[in-house]
Every structure is written in C-alpha cells, then in structure tokens.
Design a binder for this molecule. Structure first.
Ligand code: SAM
Ligand code: MD0
Ligand code: SF4
Length: 355
C-alpha cells in the first residue's frame, strides 16, 4: 500500500500535477535506498526537462565575517567573541571577484555578516555599491547579494547598481523554531523584505537549515511557502554544529541524508527553479550525491589562498583548491552533466525576471 502511494506520487510529479502537503510528507518519510533512488530518478528527469544536462556555477565571496546578530547556529554570531574575524577591503574584494570570474563562474555571490560597520552607519554600504558598479561595468556578470536584512532604500540602490539577486534565508517557517535560531530578529521583517525585493524586480533566494529541530511537517510547510512566495532559487543546508555556540553539541543522525531528500522533494514541487548543491556542508566529496538528488547549481566556489571563509564549514576544502571549477568538472562529467555557458545562465536570469 505504502509503495503504491509512492509510485502514484512520483507518477503525478512526472506529469507535473500539483504535489500536496500530504504527498510531501510521504516523500519525506523515505528511508530506504530503493525508494530514494526512485525519487532521485524523477528529480533528475524533471531537472533535465528544464535545464538539460547544464549546471550553473556560483562564486562565493564572504567579504566580512563581523556580525551584530546572535543566530544560535552560526559560527559568526556576535557572542562568539574569541573567533577571529576579517573584513576585506575594496582591492581584496575586487581581486577575489576577478579570480572567480576568470575561473568561469556564472554569478558572484557577495555575502556578509550583518557587519555593524556596514549596517549601523549612514554611509556604511556606499563603498560596496561602488565596487558592484565597477564589477558590473567591466564584466556584467550577474550578482547575488546576501547582506542580511537591509532597508528598501538600500535595496533600490543595489538594484540600480545592477544587482540581480537578493538572498535572505528564513531557515524555517515555523515561527517558534525561527525565534530559537534567529534570536531577537523579526520573522516578519525578514520575510517581508524578501517579498518586497521580489516585487521590486529582484530574483530572490529562500533557504532552509535542516536538522536543527525541524519536523517533517515544518519542512513540508517551508517547501510550500517557498513555492508560494515565488522564490527563484531554493536551498537547504544541513546544520553543521559550530564550536563555542549554543548548538555545539547538537547532532542528529542521518541529517545529511535528509538534506538530499529535501533537495529531491524541492525539485518535484518546483521543477523549474534553481536548487543549489552547496560545497559548504560536505565539500567536494558531497557534490555528486547532491546533484543526483536534483540540484542544478553549485554554490560556494571559493578561490584557494584568498583568505576567505565558508559559512558552515569555515575552512573545509578551501586552501587545497577543492572548491574550484577545475575540481568540479570531473565530478560533473562522471554523471553526464556539464557547466552551462555564461550566456545560458544570463538568458535564464533574464527570462525569469520577465516572468
Ligand atoms: N548574515 C547574512 C544572513 O544571515 O542572512 C548572510 C549570511 S547567510 C547567507 C548564512 C547562511 O548560512 C545562513 O542563513 C544559514 O542558512 C547558513 N549557515 C550558517 N551557519 C550554518 C551552520 N552552522 N550550518 C549550516 N548552515 C549554516
Ligand atoms: C553557499 N556558503 O552557497 C554559501 C552561502 C550565501 N548566499 C550562500 C550559504 O553554500
Ligand atoms: Fe550573522 Fe548571518 Fe551568522 Fe546570523 S547567520 S549570526 S546574521 S552571519
């Protein structure tokens, strides 16, 4: 009976009939390899319908690790006072951006903690705006900004400067869990700013943190919410415990398998969206399985010896060059995928904006 139900859901997904909350819950209950393989095959077929065998590649520039917030899951929370932080200057940001562009990434993701020097001063973002205008003038590469919550006025300025994407992750759509994760940050403000950005013509990315106390019901609600707000890119990352933070001892068995399951379910529910396989959680060795689950963007590509950090694994695979396109290509080839061209990515962005 259970099996029949799974086959029915997968059949519906193949024909792109709407997947219900109940269907999602059934899919999230998968534990066997056999069922998971069936699910991944459908996820891959749907990805192929919209993106063929082409994969998008995102360069990651975490240019300031200072932060005024205190998220319980994050290494860079302000209470982690002994953690050494950095703030890259204009030249360092530009040279990292250049290295990434030369290596062939399709997009630059400029990410920061809610650095008080930027967020709490009037002119805080003006240099960043200049840097972005310069990059745009020279290369016109698509840019994603992950600055935390910023004002509408700033969103307009970044839009004018040419930024295409605003990334701002809720982590969960269960308000009480949110309040335990993003301490003293307004759920509604974060959500509304993201939706406002969408209305202003940005593409938006919404993200989940999995394995921090979320139930399958929470995940199902989140997936449906991501669809409802029209998020253009949707992600999930498994929680990685961080030393000297409140959740340092929080360990959930199988949480990384659950990430794969969630990626595949996202692909079934939102077959035409971008779904990242982040190198940040399990490094290069976790890439193939995320792609096989239906992801179509590789994120967190970081140049070696740039002195730049990751988010959930601050150093994993960076200095040995494992987060580079050179290392990614053989993994793609092995499963009959290949990088898209820059034109193909730009065409996708353009058509998605005009939707
Ligand atoms: N500071 C900005 C913000 O919070 O919106 C931008 C950084 S944001 C892109 C960092 C993201 O990395 C978080 O939203 C979370 O999804 C993820 N992350 C942070 N710490 C993590 C951890 N310990 N394990 C897994 N993912 C984590
Ligand atoms: C990633 N470390 O893609 C990055 C980060 C921020 N927009 C993205 C979470 O895995
Ligand atoms: Fe700061 Fe972002 Fe980390 Fe929260 S997730 S502590 S806002 S860097």
């Amino acid at each position: 009976m259970q099996n029949l139900l799974l086959d029915e859901i997968l059949e519906k997904a193949k024909h792109q009939s709407p997947i219900t909350r109940k269907d999602i819950l059934r899919l999230l209950e998968i534990t066997t390899e056999d069922e998971f393989n069936k699910l991944s095959l459908v996820a891959q077929t749907l990805r192929h319908e919209y993106f063929q065998n082409k994969i998008f590649l995102y360069g990651f520039v975490y240019f300031s690790t200072h932060c005024r917030n205190d998220c319980t899951f994050c290494l860079y929370r302000k209470s982690n006072i002994n953690y050494p932080r950095y703030r890259k200057n204009r030249e360092e940001i530009l040279s990292t951006a250049q290295k990434l562009m030369d290596s062939g990434v399709h997009l630059l993701d400029l990410t920061m903690g809610e650095d008080p020097l930027y967020h709490n001063t009037k002119q805080g973002f003006s240099e960043l705006l200049q840097i972005i205008k310069e990059v745009k003038l020279e290369s016109n590469i698509p840019i994603m900004l992950s600055p935390g919550v910023i004002s509408q006025e700033l969103l307009w300025k970044f839009k004018e400067a040419g930024v295409e994407w605003y990334a701002c992750y809720q982590e969960t759509h269960n308000r009480s869990l949110y309040n335990r994760l993003r301490i003293e940050q307004s759920y509604d403000e974060r959500m509304n700013r993201k939706c406002m950005a969408k209305e202003m013509g940005y593409l938006i990315e919404e993200g989940l943190l999995a394995g921090v106390g979320d139930t399958n019901e929470d995940i199902a609600d989140s997936i449906l919410m991501m669809k409802k707000i029209g998020a253009d890119q949707v992600r999930v990352m498994s929680f990685v415990p961080q030393e000297n933070t409140p959740l340092s001892n929080w360990e959930i068995p199988n949480s990384h398998f659950r990430e794969l399951l969630i990626i595949a379910v996202m692909r079934l529910v939102m077959p035409d969206r971008l779904i990242p396989a982040s190198l940040d959680v399990d490094g290069l060795s976790g890439l193939e399985q995320r792609l096989n689950a239906g992801a179509n963007v590789i994120t967190s590509i970081i140049p070696p010896s740039s002195g730049l950090a990751g988010v959930s694994n601050s150093t994993l695979d960076i200095d040995d060059g494992n987060r580079s396109i050179e290392k990614i290509i053989p993994v793609l080839k092995n499963i009959h995928l290949e990088p898209a061209t820059r034109q193909k990515y730009q065409a996708w962005v353009k058509s998605r904006k005009n939707l």
